[in-house]
Design a protein around this ligand. Sequence first.
Ligand SMILES: Cc1cc2nc3c(=O)[nH]c(=O)nc-3n(C[C@H](O)[C@H](O)[C@H](O)COP(=O)(O)O)c2cc1C
Length: 208
Amino acid sequence: MVKNQFLEAMNFRHACKIFDENRKIPKDDFNYILECARLSPSSFGMEHWRLLVITNDKLKKRLKPYCWNQPQITTCSHLVVIKAIKKDLFPNSDYVKKIFFRRDLPKEKILNYLKVYENFMQDKLNSKELFCWSSKQCYIAAANMMTGAAFIKVDSCPIEGFEKEMVEEILEIDKEKEEVSLLIAFGYRVNKAPQKKRLSLDEIVEWR
Ligand SMILES: Cc1cc2nc3c(=O)[nH]c(=O)nc-3n(C[C@H](O)[C@H](O)[C@H](O)COP(=O)(O)O)c2cc1C
């Protein structure tokens, strides 16, 4: 059953700590994982994520000390740095116009919708809030990439354990334009996954 297949993928996914350095993800499979990000939903359809894919061993080695020395960084096949856009999100930017005007709506409706966006953005126009909002959307794409990967038996590890400023410096990120939201390592596990530990539905769900 389709439901079981999806849950199987959810159970297969775990935060993989060490990847098999000799196994690389085939191009076609990795493109499918990227597609899972591309098709993700985002607030106002702004597609806040930009993906920097690192396969270069030297660059991975340079990043590792600033990622809490986690072995995932250098053992993975593909390291994805998810950057959250900032500058382009300002109302009236060419990017915002592009995103709004690609909708199949009459011009008048689009202009009204742009006003709604402008109001929505009023309290988000400082650098911190902008990054925070943009970064939230990046996590949606991240989750979809990891679940999608698990569906084809590719392992992953989301990585928040990194020194943001140093990673941004090494990657020469223009911080006015974008900031690093999180990293995800993709590859194939060496060790068996530990047993899943989760709260029960009763502990996390409330019905009214
Ligand atoms: C946003 C985020 C950041 C994380 N950062 C790290 C990390 O830096 N290193 C690591 O080993 N695991 C990291 N994890 C993995 C979590 O510890 C893991 O998902 C959680 O313990 C549940 O285990 P499971 O994913 O294996 O089911 C992160 C998870 C998330 C969602």
